[in-house]
Design a protein around this ligand. Structure first.
Ligand code: SF4
Ligand code: SF4
Length: 459
């Protein structure tokens, strides 16, 4: 295990003392297989799939039910075995999305193989087979935007370093922590496969120093794998412990903290020889390539103002409402329900009474968080500079905010709004409680759209 207290990135904040994670971090993951699932044809924003099934069809768990139609999409599979009740549009986080509703008729099938309890022999698996597994298994990022994994690994750039992201820096979320504790063997085997698939020389499993048990567990699994002789000496995999600081798990911040390299503005990690994948994605790689199970399930943290906070392993398409009921229901009537963590997750309901549907679990849903509602009003900016100091992307959020409100998109572009990573640090730090993140994110999207339109005109 390598500990590096100095490897940091500029900006960032320390949102909490960690007491929020304690709510759910010590409880073992529980499995939950609902009677029906609602599998969205768009698993991440813009990741649209064409559904291949119709009402009345019978599907088997892991069967391909959707083909990618967009750049951001990955193949989609049935998350349970049963009958398709309907293929219809459903409301999800304020948008209508086509979905496949399946009634479960069979018990869940656990993937086969000893890879979940011991080091797997991967010598006979070629790089091409790994890349095919990543693509055919519908693997995506499982922490952020849900970027299709095969698009990262099929790069023609020279990759020398693979970073496996277990930082889980957002307050409240503990699903990755439980995965690192409970599924360490599958995770390490997945990292070894991704290392081989990426062509990189070394892989680092990166996590923050507030998760010492997970770091110890993974280090001892790696040691055991090396001693067993199954893991070859060329498989350079290390655990890297980083200082706790938000957003340590941001792709660019992680790359800078571990390798010292800066991804150029408008560039990608591959431009500096790096691929970053989430720990959940590594485990999914092992499930697919060694266990034959595509990405159809994930661990979700259900926490905050709920009776029994915890982590649940559920099939894709599970209802968030059902998961909140499973966690004992919300404990405050004046509340905000957030899909994900408090810094980056969208608020999907206010004063939710437990009645209406909220959203459906997708491959990149890390958590469902209920917070007591706090009413505050935005105040004028006092030019304190706090947001500028905290911005890990090196932006001036208050200037972008003003430019965006004036609809001055030329200025937004000059201020590099396109580089905003929507981390939430600026809003968190602002004493005037300005909604900076919402507006810098909107400015980013507007600027990126203009850039895309210019590129199309030029072509
Ligand atoms: S401007 Fe964007 S990147 Fe910078 S702190 Fe705000 S949300 Fe984060
Ligand atoms: S932190 Fe808030 S008050 Fe301070 S400069 Fe930024 S927007 Fe203005």
């Amino acid at each position: 295990m390598q500990k590096n207290r100095k490897s940091v990135f500029p900006g960032g904040v320390h949102p909490t003392d960690g007491s929020d994670k304690i709510l759910s971090m010590d409880a073992a993951v529980q499995q939950y297989w609902p009677d029906t699932v609602t599998i969205l044809s768009e698993q991440s924003f813009g990741g649209k799939c064409r559904l291949l099934v119709k009402a009345g069809d019978t599907v088997e768990e892991g069967q391909l039910i959707g083909e990618p139609e967009a750049f951001m999409a990955a193949p989609l599979h049935a998350s349970v075995s049963g009958r398709v009740l309907d293929v219809t549009e459903v409301m999800n986080q304020g948008r209508k999305i086509l979905a496949c509703i399946v009634q479960r008729e069979k018990e869940h099938r656990e993937p086969e193989g000893v890879y979940r309890t011991a080091a797997a022999d991967i010598r006979g698996i070629s790089r091409e087979e790994i890349l095919a597994g990543i693509r055919d298994g519908g693997l995506t990022g499982m922490g952020g935007a849900g970027f299709p994994t095969h698009k990262k690994y099929e790069t023609d750039k020279k990759i020398d370093t693979l970073l496996i992201n277990g930082a889980e820096c957002e307050p409240f979320l503990t699903c990755d922590y439980r995965l690192m504790l409970e599924e360490g063997h599958a995770l390490v085997n997945g990292v070894r496969l991704l290392l081989k698939g990426s062509g990189a020389e070394r892989a680092y499993i990166c996590l923050e120093d507030n998760k010492p048990q997970a770091a110890e567990n993974l280090s001892s699994i790696l040691k055991e794998a090396r001693e067993s002789g199954v893991m070859e000496s060329s498989e350079q995999v290390e655990v890297k412990v980083l200082p706790t600081k938000y957003p340590q798990g941001g792709e660019r911040q992680l790359i800078q903290a571990v390798t010292g390299r800066e991804v150029p503005m408008g560039g990608l990690p591959a431009d500096v020889g790096v691929i970053v994948s989430n720990v959940g994605t590594a485990r999914a790689a092992a499930d697919m390539i060694l266990g034959g199970l595509p990405l159809i399930r994930r661990i979700v943290t259900v926490t905050g103002s709920v009776k029994n906070p915890g982590n649940y392993l559920v099939p894709v398409g599970t209802s968030a409402k059902e998961l909140l009921e499973l966690a004992g229901g919300v404990t405050v009537s004046s509340n905000r329900v957030i899909a994900g963590g408090p810094m980056t997750g969208p608020c999907v309901a206010s004063d939710w009474n437990g009645e209406e549907e909220l959203f459906y679990i997708t491959k990149n849903t890390s958590g469902i968080l209920v917070l007591p509602d706090s009413v505050y009003e935005e105040q004028p900016c006092i030019r304190c500079g706090g947001c500028e100091n905290a911005c890990p992307a090196g932006l001036a959020p208050w200037k972008i905010d003003f430019a965006f409100q004036e609809k001055d998109y030329d200025l937004c572009e000059k201020l590099y709004a396109s580089e905003c990573i929507a981390c939430g640090c600026c809003s968190y730090i602002c004493p005037a409680k300005r909604e900076l993140t919402v507006r810098t994110r909107m400015a980013r999207d507007a600027v990126k759209q203009r850039m895309r339109e210019r590129a199309v005109k030029k072509a």
